[in-house]
Ligand binder design. Structure first.
Ligand code: DAH
Length: 345
């Protein structure tokens, strides 16, 4: 029994010295495993005198329980220490400054298209796009544009070498989508069409050979010029600010009758300040072309001109953005100068 007492007495210190779960396994097998002294003593019971056996058996069982308890305590300690160490390793230092990844942003032209599109979708307009390579039949003929109209001149329009002479071109306006949309839809029609247009223009402060327009078209029974005025007045207030007023000047477009140009009141000087850098003292800013859809255009797509009327408008996106943001040179839009672009993020 002496030997047993020694084992039990030595065990706690031995176990406390263990530093890892692996090491604990080794010590465990030394103390209570098959080749341990304890196991050997247990196997020796059979050789004892029968009357000694119960006492010895009981003592050995108690010793095994005591050793197992000591080992289990240490195992739990080691496991906790291990978990704590893992957590400490994984700790994220929230005070460290994160890397700042340079994020891009939408180009001002796209932002402008999005903003104007939102104003019209809020009124129930659909949004469409169409081909930039277009047929003269859509860009001009269906839009009531006579064969002699100056905009058809090869000096103004980029024609494509495709099909019969001058029958295909890069669209000079988004207006051909009026026709394509009406061919595919029956009234009531409310649609806007943002997109790129092309003209043989030399680049200067206010012209680019590729720029953007947004077309608008509304066709229904009983649409009048008042609807056109109300819609565009609403648009101007939404885009330029609630104090904006509009005026309509008579104009000519082949596909509208009557036609008008829309001016908005100068938001910078309240009208007529001679030194105003925005309107140069005029008090008004030319914004877009519009009018009542010419019955010839409606008839061309098979609409009944006794039943439906419509209005249309077309605006230059670059122009809208330039007026609103005080941009004095259209070239800024295509030069990709980060100092310009950053001002509109
Ligand atoms: N397409 C014309 C242009 O590029 C703008 C325009 C004027 C569009 C009157 C229209 C409109 O829809 O009704 O100059």
């Amino acid at each position: 029994m002496n030997r047993l007492d020694d084992i039990i007495e030595a065990a706690p210190r031995r176990v406390a010295a263990v530093r890892s779960l692996d090491e604990l396994e080794t010590v465990e097998s030394e103390l209570v495993g098959r080749h341990s002294e304890l196991a050997e003593l247990q196997r020796g019971i059979g050789k004892l005198a029968p009357e000694e056996r119960p006492a010895m058996g009981k003592a050995l069982q108690e010793a095994r329980a005591a050793l197992t308890a000591v080992l289990e305590d240490r195992r739990r300690q080691l496991e906790r220490i291990g978990a704590d160490a893992l957590l400490a390793d994984d700790r994220v230092d929230m005070t460290l400054e994160a890397y700042r990844l340079p994020a891009g942003s939408l180009h001002l032209i796209q932002q402008t298209i999005d903003e104007i599109t939102d104003i019209f979708t809020a009124l129930g307009y659909a949004v469409a796009d169409g081909p930039e390579a277009e047929l003269s039949a859509y860009n001009f003929d269906a839009l009531n544009t006579p064969p002699t109209h100056p905009s058809r001149a090869e000096s103004d329009t980029m024609y494509l070498e495709f099909g019969p002479h001058d029958s295909a071109l890069m669209r000079t306006q988004t207006s051909p989508m009026q026709v394509r949309w009406m061919e595919d839809h029956t009234p009531p029609v409310h649609v806007i069409v943002p997109g790129k247009v092309y003209r043989s223009d030399t680049i200067d402060a206010s012209h680019l050979p590729v720029f953007h327009q947004i077309e608008g078209l509304a066709v229904d029974t009983d649409i009048t010029f008042s609807d056109l005025k109300g819609t565009l007045a609403h648009f101007a207030k939404e885009y330029f600010g609630p104090a904006t007023t509009v005026r309509f000047r008579p104009h000519f477009f082949p596909f509208t009758e009557p036609s008008a140009e829309l001016d908005v009141s100068c938001f910078n000087c309240d009208g007529g300040e001679p030194s105003c850098r925005v309107c140069k003292g005029v008090g008004w800013l030319e914004m877009l072309g519009c009018g009542m859809v010419d019955p010839n255009v409606l008839a061309h797509v098979g609409y009944d001109t006794d039943v439906v009327t419509g209005f249309a408008f077309g605006m230059g996106v670059e122009r809208m953005a330039m007026v609103r943001h005080g941009i004095n040179n259209i070239r800024h839009f295509i030069e990709n100068d980060i100092r310009f672009l950053r001002q509109f993020t």
